[in-house]
Design a protein around this ligand. Structure first.
Ligand SMILES: NC(=O)c1ccc[n+]([C@@H]2O[C@H](COP(=O)([O-])OP(=O)(O)OC[C@H]3O[C@@H](n4cnc5c(N)ncnc54)[C@H](OP(=O)(O)O)[C@@H]3O)[C@@H](O)[C@H]2O)c1
Length: 245
């Protein structure tokens, strides 16, 4: 039994890059999102709105009906609603992930490698003004959920890990960023690896975690940030202010 890959929020941004990655491996993929992209799709699409998610079991059953039991489950949704951002973040990021994890748990294959990869953010551990409080709290809660599920689902042989990316460039919008030399220079200066991150950098980690090469990695929060999180902020402040020494 091969087992399919389910990508929640796999139609845009990082999720789309991840979906394309698994398709290029020849995997059967089912994508969950609100809107089915136009045209012919190389994957099955199950429409669902995580802001309400009335029947998680039926959503999981629809994905299984499309492509069979699950080997890898990836969460890559981002709250993009117009309602209260606190409530929206809690529902779409935390509640919906928990509900879908419960709904999909009985539908995993019973042998071979099995895993869940959850895309979180550096804002689960750090704070800053570019995201609202709800985003921070939801991502921190999501990471706690990942650890709990790593313990709980680990007994079923299912590994659960979190990916914490720094802001990354998506194929849809990277031209705008790359056309702004000031931004390119800024990232070159403060990221130890000397460049901005791409969605593909995070997709690399998801691909690794959703493979038997990560067979004993469970319950981890892994940064994809070019090394930014290990730098003491005072160093950065001095460097930006031109008082390096
Ligand atoms: N962008 C960054 O620089 C960055 C940095 C660090 C971490 N992250 C994290 O990476 C993940 C992906 O972010 P992104 O910016 O790449 O995403 P994105 O481009 O905004 O795409 C979001 C995906 O989620 C789906 N979605 C949104 N609301 C939904 C809902 N209510 N119900 C079901 N599906 C829904 C969207 O499809 P529909 O519109 O069809 O529903 C889409 O497939 C998120 O967890 C985000 O917090 C992003």
């Amino acid at each position: 039994m091969k087992g399919q890959v389910v990508v929640v929020g796999g139609t845009k941004g990082l999720g789309k890059v991840i979906t394309e990655r698994f398709l290029s491996q020849g995997q059967a993929v089912t994508v969950l999102s609100r809107t089915r992209p136009e045209g012919e799709l190389a994957y099955a699409h199950v429409p669902c709105n995580l802001e309400t998610l009335p029947d998680p079991a039926a959503t999981a059953a629809a994905a299984v009906a499309a492509n069979g039991p699950v080997r890898y489950l990836v969460f890559c949704q981002r709250y993009r609603g117009s309602g209260d951002p606190w409530d929206g973040e809690m529902q779409v990021t935390v509640n919906a992930t928990r509900q879908l994890l419960q709904a999909f748990a009985p539908h995993f294959v019973h042998e071979g490698d099995r895993a869940v990869a959850v895309v979180s953010s550096v804002y689960a551990q750090f704070v800053g003004g570019s995201q609202p409080d709800g985003y921070h709290v939801a991502k921190a809660g999501l990471n706690a959920l990942v650890k709990y599920k790593a313990w709980e689902l680990g007994r079923q042989g299912i590994r659960v890990n979190a990916i914490l990316p720094l802001s990354y460039l998506k194929p849809e919008s990277q031209h705008h960023f790359l056309g702004n030399q000031q931004l390119v220079d800024l990232y070159q200066d403060f990221v130890p690896l000397g460049r901005v991150g791409y969605a593909a950098d995070s997709a690399n980690l998801v691909e690794f975690l959703c493979s038997d090469k990560a067979s004993f990695i469970n319950g981890q929060e892994i940064f994809v940030d070019g090394g930014v999180s290990v730098v003491w902020p005072e160093e950065l402040a001095r460097r930006m202010a031109g008082v390096d020494k």
